[in-house]
Design a protein around this ligand. Structure first.
Ligand code: THU
Length: 130
């Protein structure tokens, strides 16, 4: 699975976004260490706090299927510009891919790749609970 292929899956997943409130469509595709790929989209709720981001949808789908270790996550938003995961998603993903990378999409500039660690310096981990 190449970065470009993973990003194509994120863009496809974006079509499934349920975003009647923000109209901001987001798709994600997460590549597990075992080669499996899970996709997700944002799912909003009339009670706004119940909304789940595309990145966490993809990660939760994967974990619930037994995948707990990821290499890369691709994210594509409807803005056409690089959209980095929100802070909550960065921390959520850090649990399962502290050494992983995040791919973002811009219609003009293409893929930007960043280590999750750079997006979340000093992320909180289980071993920090003492
Ligand atoms: N959203 C995501 O899906 N991922 C992010 O990293 C940023 C925000 C969604 C949540 C909500 O449905 C909409 O974008 C606007 O915040």
């Amino acid at each position: 699975m190449t970065n470009a292929q993973l990003m194509d899956l994120a863009k496809e997943a974006r079509n499934m976004a349920y975003a009647p409130y923000s109209h901001f469509l987001v798709g994600a595709a997460i590549l597990a260490e075992d080669g499996r790929v899970f996709t997700g989209c944002n799912v909003e709720n009339a009670s706004y706090g119940g909304t789940i981001c595309a990145e966490r949808t993809a990660a939760v789908k994967a974990v619930s299927e037994g995948c707990k270790s990821f290499k890369t996550i691709a994210v594509a938003t409807s803005s056409g510009e690089w959209g980095a995961p929100c802070g909550l998603c960065r921390q959520f993903l850090y649990e399962f891919m502290p050494e992983g990378n995040v791919l973002m999409w811009d219609d003009a500039k293409g893929i930007k790749e960043m280590p999750l660690k750079e997006l979340l310096p000093m992320g909180f981990r289980g071993e920090d609970i003492k």
